[in-house]
Design a protein around this ligand. Structure first.
Ligand code: 8X3
Length: 808
């Protein structure tokens, strides 16, 4: 975990050291310039307003060419910066600005002058206009009380937690290839040609297509102007620079920014710069949750690399250096969440603009190439948690690839996460994709798989606390955290259940009730997003949006497949609790429901014997059919519910087990549970076993995951699986081979995702004690990695409490 000294890393290491020296800060320019523009454009079509705001930004924002950088462009000042998106949640700006510097999860510094600008200039304009406020108004009282606290306006209750108020879109992937092939100049020319051909009498053409096409043209102008301003700056710097080597670099930067992204890229270097400008401008345009992903970088960049390599224009080390320059650019942009929920869901300044490698070509052959290996090498060598790396695995993945993947995992920073073509591809086919589209999927965000020109659903999803549903069974619709208020259904007094079947049926009712409210939220979110957001840039980079002239924030794009998700949070916590009740209360009669409830109400204080009984009951993660059968029913019932109502809203609302870091704040509202989990501690994460409940080794965890899946249903999506391995268990050549075999087992069981922390708990405890000595310690969290010392104490403790597997 030490910074690397290899020559080709020196440049990126030096830039990174400068960047990391400072705490993230808020940069107001984006928020301010967008507000200025929105003030001027009221009443105009939304998509055009967005394009005008982008153009205003491109004209006025500060541009930067950093010392030593080769891939230029950032959206904020020195160090790490977070931007403001007041159109989303600007109503909370004045309050948030006061809390940001000192909050526990993901704090941000703010300059006092900037804070004044925000409070006096930006926030007042947006009061009464934001998406966040409109969403709250749209929710009826029953949904509202499961969503927000009544006494603290618009703060989450962490029960049915919508995420649309802290990000305008779900994670998604742009079609970067089209930028590299045509450039924004080419896309602009196409829009101009279509504009000229519009039917002058058609209401649709006049009211919808015309503003859309005009917005595309203006957005292309904006990004081209912005790139040219970087070229001007690089030229000015070159004129003042004394070091001839840097003068040459600056001239090359200037020439590159004059050429891309306006024109098609001609070299690997131009392709990298063009891609970076595109993704950065996209971040400025919209706050996409977890940030739009990088797509299959080893695929769309390979033709440029290959041509350069063959012409003697580039070496592998030089390509790696360019990647690392881009990684540092990414690290500087920090996803700033104003809301506590947003901050707590993304601890450690999480953003995971996944880079996908490997997998299959659209024709179904293995897709690995030299760039795949350069990307893996970079992740092994460069001490940074961004971007996330996702390796697609399939039955014909070459051994070299599997070994290099295993070696990278062994280096201990949690990269890459693995996605399984053998599970993902058939599922995408079953949802209507064609073979070439499904085989060409990109990993997006934590564990999602997107088909860039086919997927069209971008509404942020609900995270649902099913451990809360369990509490509602125990306390007749109530939760201890929220007192006497009835939040769920009154399914009867807990002590009165006379059979496990009745109790289980009551749980499933509570489960369906939370799903019902998640659907209500989602229905309103779909409707309201269309009124609040537009993404002319994002629309240009999605074929179906371009063809239909419809923005992805609108509810339906012709020809699109809408893949949405609802999050099953606390899966293992619920399974283990129900298994313990079934076994100890109804089968072995060693405990009554009254005693169990009393012990939970007292958080097991004075009830340690009962807690130990509960901790030793059958649990998910041990290949134990007793527990796994319960898990399978939970999953199936949830899928049956979503199948029915997905049809009504026209979106595959799939059940997914992907937590971000929400299992920590979700746990903070759930009192002690019948699996022996103490009150207000984290819930189980994703599809992992509950903390400390798995004792049969890592293969048993895979088997439990396998046995709880309903392969005959298709209303499911990602299942995130965290496994912690001790370094000893994967040591040496033998350890690598064992890890490869384990990956092959996971692949053959057709599980969706797996990722590893290779770390001793002793190291983590030392890092808690001496954070300064461990500033570079990177750990795997949930679909992403972060610097351990930038996490809250709660999340650090949660990572330590995950079972460490000593042997396969
Ligand atoms: C992270 C989770 O909700 O953005 O990828 O899909 S989500």
């Amino acid at each position: 975990n030490k910074p690397v000294k290899l020559a080709h890393h020196t440049r990126a290491n030096d830039i990174l050291a400068r960047v990391r020296a400072e705490k993230p800060h808020v940069d107001v320019e984006r928020g301010l310039l967008f507000t200025e523009s929105f003030r001027q454009t009221e009443g105009e079509p939304l998509v055009l307003r967005w394009a005008k705001a982008l153009y205003h930004y491109a004209e006025k924002a500060t541009v930067y060419v950093d010392k030593d950088q080769l891939i230029v462009g950032r959206g904020g000042g020195e160090g790490r910066y977070g931007l403001l998106y007041p159109e989303l949640d600007g109503d909370t700006l004045d309050l948030a600005i006061k809390k940001l510097p000192t909050r526990e999860s993901s704090p941000f510094d703010i300059d006092p002058e900037d804070a004044k600008t925000i409070i006096e200039d930006i926030a007042p304009y947006w009061k009464g206009k934001t998406f966040h406020e409109d969403l709250a108004k749209a929710l009826g009282p029953e949904t509202m009380k499961l969503t927000y606290n009544p006494d603290e306006a618009l703060t989450s209750r962490y029960v049915v937690n919508e995420t649309a108020s802290f990000r305008s879109s779900l994670q998604w992937v742009h079609d970067y290839e089209i930028v590299l092939q045509k450039g924004f100049g080419g896309l602009k020319a196409e829009a101009q040609a279509r504009l000229a051909e519009l039917d002058e009498f058609s209401p649709i053409d006049n009211c919808e297509k015309r503003p859309f096409l005009e917005a595309e043209i203006l957005t292309a102008d904006a990004i081209i102007l912005w790139a040219n301003r970087h070229a001007d700056l690089a030229e000015r710097q070159a004129a003042e620079e004394t070091d001839p080597k840097r003068v040459a670099e600056l001239r090359r930067i200037a020439e590159t920014c004059r050429w891309v992204p306006e024109h098609p890229a001609r070299t690997f270097y131009e392709a990298m710069q063009s891609q970076w400008f595109t993704q950065l401008f996209s971040r400025i345009e919209q706050k996409t949750g977890t940030i739009i992903s990088n797509g299959r970088m080893d695929q769309y960049l390979y033709p440029f690399y290959k041509a350069d390599k063959e012409a003697g224009r580039i070496t592998a080390d030089e390509a790696q250096e360019l990647f690392e320059c881009m990684w540092v650019d990414m690290a500087q942009y920090i996803d700033l969440y104003l809301s506590d929920a947003g901050g707590a869901f993304n601890e450690g300044y999480a953003h995971w603009e996944a880079v996908t490698i490997g997998g299959q070509t659209p024709e179904g052959y293995d897709a690995t190439n030299e760039l795949t290996y350069i990307l893996l090498k970079s992740k092994r060598e460069f001490p940074l948690n961004y971007p996330d790396l996702a390796a697609r695995i399939h039955t014909r993945s070459p051994k070299r690839y599997l070994r290099e993947v295993a070696l990278t995992i062994k280096s201990g920073e949690g990269f890459p996460k693995l996605l399984n073509d053998e599970d993902v591809v058939p599922l995408l086919l079953s949802k209507g994709a064609k073979f070439d589209e499904a085989l060409d999927y990109s990993v997006s965000g934590c564990a999602e798989c997107r088909m860039p020109n086919r997927d069209t659903y971008t509404s942020p999803n609900a995270y649902i606390n099913f451990a809360a549903a369990l509490e509602m069974v125990m306390y007749n619709g109530r939760m201890l955290k929220y007192g006497d208020e009835v939040l769920g259904l009154e399914t009867g007094e807990f002590e009165d259940f006379t059979s496990f079947d009745d109790l289980f049926a009551a749980f499933l009712k509570q489960q369906n009730n939370l799903l019902k409210h998640a659907f209500i939220q989602q229905h309103e979110i779909i409707r309201l997003r269309a009124e609040h957001f537009a993404t002319p840039l994002g629309s240009m980079l999605q074929k179906l949006c371009r063809d239909s002239c419809i923005d992805p924030h609108q509810p339906k794009i012709p020809g699109g497949i809408d893949l949405g998700y609802l999050e099953y949070m606390g899966y293992a916590t619920v399974i283990d609790s129900l298994a313990a009740i079934k076994k100890l209360v109804f089968e072995e009669h060693v405990l009554s429901l009254h005693e169990l409830k009393e012990a939970c109400e007292h958080n097991f204080e004075g009830y340690e014997v009962i807690r130990q009984l509960l901790r030793n009951a059958p649990a998910y993660g041990n290949d134990d059919p007793y527990a796994d059968e319960i898990g399978k029913i939970l999953d199936r019932t949830a899928q049956e519910f979503t199948a029915k109502y997905s049809e009504q809203i026209g979106v595959h609302m799939d059940i997914r087990l992907v937590p971000f870091t929400s299992h920590v704040p979700f746990g903070k509202v759930v009192s002690a549970t019948p699996d022996g989990r103490q009150a207000f501690t984290p819930l189980s994460d994703g599809s992992s076993a509950a903390q400390g409940a798995d004792h049969e080794g890592p293969t048993a965890i895979l088997l439990s995951n396998y046995l709880t899946k309903n392969f005959d249903h298709n209303e499911h999506a990602g299942r995130l699986l965290n496994i912690k391995l001790s370094p000893g268990c994967v040591a040496g050549k033998e350890g690598t081979e064992k890890l490869v075999e384990f990956i092959e087992t996971w692949r053959d069981l057709k599980l969706w995702h797996v990722q590893f922390n290779v770390m001793n708990n002793d190291t983590l405890r030392e890092a808690q004690k001496h954070p300064d000595l461990y500033r570079n310690l990177i750990v795997r969290i949930a679909g992403y990695s972060a610097f351990f010392t930038e996490l809250s104490k709660d999340l650090q403790d949660e990572l330590i409490s995950r079972n460490e597997q000593e042997a396969f």
